[in-house]
Design a protein around this ligand. Structure first.
Ligand SMILES: Cc1cc2nc3c(=O)[nH]c(=O)nc-3n(C[C@H](O)[C@H](O)[C@H](O)COP(=O)(O)OP(=O)(O)OC[C@H]3O[C@@H](n4cnc5c(N)ncnc54)[C@H](O)[C@@H]3O)c2cc1C
Length: 386
């Protein structure tokens, strides 16, 4: 792998220092209390982590995709809650505004999101439309020069706390993904919009998922992101970045798996010698290390391509697929290396195992990633672009 630019290395070093000194020591406490201490959230805000990808003009740091992914990788070594906390404001929650928003929308919303004063969410999934996202039923109809939204979204990360949610709704039932879905920004407190419930999950639930209901919710034209009818394309572009970001989280978590497993295997003695001297244990470590070594350069190369202006939907799908499946294997091996301890709540590995399971589902399941990749392969793209 070629050397990374000095500014990329610098951000990694700074983030790693922050993770090791301030965030990682709180991993078990965060898991136990299902809460990130306010002081840590404040630190992340002060250092600009909520506005990494937001252009400097709007108060963000305007970092490259590569830098953003490296931050996600490093944060994942502490607790996935840190990734979840900032990922709306750096990715799926704001990317619609960053990519397709008007100047007025950027000036209105981005500064508060960049500072972390506001939290952002992304609402596409519905009870009857998950993998088949274009089957959404939430509709937006014209009324008195505004848009009247009706429908339900569920599993929306940070939906319970978000000040601003990018919501996708049908504006032309017949056209659906081909010109019939539009993206809207809905602010917290808009009449007709409510958080119906928080949805408990298998995961850590530090950052939660919520069901959102739109019941005659009136939204102005100024809240339409991009062109009317082009929302599905916006959602797919947002998810391209989201999938790279998830792959980076998986990479960081796999690194943490190796780090925890090595420490344990060197210290835990059975049959008169450390576990690390058992070949079966060594093989498990070797397999995870190999997946890490395969994933990292491919992910960084994809990030650099995106920074060069390339669209890489199929590659993003491949990386998300590979990374999430590799993390599933890594987390499973790590629990195995820890034995009974890996099954106990006071061991960080236990939460990693549960969180890892989520990664093969969110932002498109493994089956949907394969479907996207196959579509590219069959159309002659060889999986390299779409
Ligand atoms: C923790 C968490 C956070 C989330 N955060 C958000 C969020 O912030 N915003 C948001 O909009 N959504 C969010 N989601 C929703 C997530 O994107 C969906 O759960 C996911 O896309 C799958 O949809 P589904 O759950 O409806 O499953 P389904 O679509 O019902 O799929 C069920 C199973 O069938 C398989 N399947 C479906 N279609 C096919 C096919 N054509 N071929 C083969 N297999 C198929 C799937 O792969 C899966 O295994 C979140 C989900 C979770 C669990």
């Amino acid at each position: 792998m070629t050397a990374l630019a000095p500014e990329v290395e610098l951000l990694r070093t700074e983030t790693r220092r922050l993770v090791d000194r301030e965030l990682r020591p709180h991993t078990l406490q965060i898991e136990r209390e299902r809460h990130i201490p306010d002081a840590l959230v404040a630190t992340l805000r002060e250092l600009g982590y909520f506005g990494l990808t937001i252009p400097e003009k709007y108060g963000g740091l305007g970092v490259s995709t590569l830098q953003h992914l490296i931050v996600q990788e490093e944060l994942a070594r502490a607790h996935s809650a840190f990734n979840m906390l900032i990922s709306g404001n750096n990715g799926i929650g704001v990317m619609g505004i960053v990519l397709d928003g008007t100047e007025a929308q950027k000036e209105r919303w981005l500064p508060r999101l960049a500072s972390g004063e506001w939290i952002a969410a992304f609402a596409l999934t519905e009870p009857a439309a998950g993998s088949d996202a274009q089957a959404i039923q939430t509709r937006a109809e014209r009324q008195d020069g505004k848009w009247l939204l009706n429908g339900t979204k569920h599993y929306i990360s940070r939906g319970d706390v978000a000040h601003l949610t990018t919501v996708f709704a049908l504006t032309d039932k017949a056209k659906r993904a081909q010109g019939g879905i539009t993206a809207f920004v809905v602010e917290k407190g808009t009449p007709g919009f409510r958080v119906a419930r928080v949805q408990d999950s298998m995961g850590s639930d530090v950052v939660k998922q919520a069901e959102l209901v739109f019941d005659d919710c009136l939204v102005a034209d100024e809240n339409v992101v991009g062109e009317v009818g082009k929302g599905f394309a916006t959602a797919m572009r947002i998810l391209d970045l989201g999938r790279l970001s998830l792959a980076a989280r998986c990479l960081g978590t796999m690194e943490e798996c190796v780090s925890l497993a090595v420490e344990h295997a060197k210290n835990r003695v059975q049959f008169g010698k450390p576990l690390a001297e058992q070949q079966a244990i060594q093989h498990m470590l070797a397999d995870t290390a190999t997946d890490i070594a395969m994933l990292r350069p491919a992910l960084y190369a994809a990030a650099q391509k995106r920074d060069g202006g390339e669209r890489l939907s199929a590659e993003a799908a491949m990386l998300k697929l590979f990374a999430s499946e590799a993390l599933g294997r890594a987390a499973d091996r790590t629990v195995q290396i820890f034995g009974g301890m890996g099954f106990m709540k006071d061991c960080a590995v236990e939460a990693i195992y549960r969180e890892a399971r989520m990664m093969r589902i969110v932002e498109g399941t493994s089956e949907i990633q394969r479907l996207l990749i196959a579509r590219s392969v069959l159309s002659g793209g060889g999986g390299k672009s779409s």
